[in-house]
Design a protein around this ligand. Structure first.
Ligand code: UDP
Ligand code: MG
Length: 318
């Protein structure tokens, strides 16, 4: 007998794709249940993120007609990451494993089989990774790939070319519950949680219907959230720059004094030049030091769990 699987799908104004998504998922879930890969109680949970079109009506209809489908309706539009979190934390009450995906059928449903197999083999998190971005426009591909590279440079652990198509076990979601941060960047949190993980590659399709709900402005906001919620490296850069500038300012001061003693200057120049450099150096250094404390406050304020225990042999003995 397989585990109870919940598929969590955030939806924002998705009336154009939902009928097709429902049709394909119905088929997929029925096959998985017949093959005994997942339990009969498995479901698809749509999260309506304050849609202004007929999305919720379609979810309600699907739920009334077919017990495979269930729904969650948020009070208003809260954004993709919050809608996803709401779905994941609600689904964890009923499910053993949860797969999250988008409503637009860009993620290959057939990758679910492999995700479930890898979970059976012991992976608590299975990341869906796009094997190529051929179907994305040059602009989308370039910006997305640059983003992953910048994140990597800033020391943030993210899985390259992985969006939010992933399988997670119940204990991973329980760990996720401990992360209380408000500026969510879920794909950065899962690598922090740890546990055994694996990867499944799939070809990303074009959106089945409708338009992207991530226009450039939202995308930039999301990327900025990802950087500023996970890295204090930008603050470190200020401190390093401050130290460097301070040292340079000391050297410039010595130079000015030497030039003055040798008599190569006009009146007042030494005082002015030294003041500018020293004040600048001290200011930048102070800013860096203040920044370090802000960095500490930032990580304390997040109250992230300090560890997650994968196995406790003492408990296993009982
Ligand atoms: N979405 C959401 N709330 C929002 C924006 C998007 O729940 O405020 C959902 C959307 O319905 C979709 C998923 O997030 O299921 C990803 O959005 P989309 O496919 O438009 O993003 P893209 O693939 O273009 O990056
Ligand atoms: Mg999409």
């Amino acid at each position: 007998m397989g585990k109870v699987l919940y598929v969590v799908i955030p939806c924002y104004n998705e009336e154009e794709v939902l009928p097709e998504t429902i049709k394909r998922l119905d088929k997929k879930m029925k096959t998985l249940i017949t093959e005994k890969k997942i339990a009969k109680k498995s479901k698809v949970m749509f999260v309506n993120d304050g849609s202004k079109d007929g999305t919720w009506k379609l979810i309600l209809e699907a739920h009334q007609q077919n017990s495979l489908f269930t729904g969650l309706c948020l009070s208003r539009n809260k954004g993709h990451q919050n809608a996803l979190l709401a779905g994941l934390l609600t689904a964890k009450k009923y499910a053993d494993i949860v797969i999250s995906m988008d409503a637009d059928l860009q993620d290959d449903l057939d990758a679910m089989d492999e995700m479930i197999d890898k979970n059976i083999k012991g992976a608590d998190i299975v990341y869906g990774v796009r094997s190529s971005r051929k179907k994305d426009s040059f602009f989308k591909r370039f910006t997305a790939e640059s983003f992953y590279k910048i994140m990597h440079f800033l020391g943030v652990e993210v899985v390259f070319n992985h969006a939010d198509y992933r399988l997670t076990s119940k204990r991973v979601l329980e760990a996720l519950d401990g992360y209380e941060e408000v500026n969510l960047f879920l794909r950065g949190i899962f690598p922090l949680i740890g546990y055994e993980h694996d990867v499944v590659y799939y070809e990303r399709q074009e959106r089945f219907a409708g338009e992207s709900k991530y226009p450039l402005k939202k995308m930039l906001h999301f990327a900025w959230d990802g950087i500023t919620s996970f890295s204090i490296k930008p603050i470190r850069l200020i401190l390093n720059l401050g130290i460097l500038l301070f040292i340079v300012s000391l050297l410039v001061t010595i130079y000015c004094v030497v030039v003055k003693i040798l008599g190569y200057t006009v009146d007042g120049w030494t005082f002015l030049a030294c003041s500018i450099w020293l004040v600048g150096g001290v200011e930048m250094l102070s800013l860096g030091i203040v920044g370090e404390y802000i960095g500490k406050i930032y990580s304390e304020a997040k109250k992230r769990p300090r560890y997650h225990i994968a196995r406790d042999l003492e408990e296993e003995n009982d």
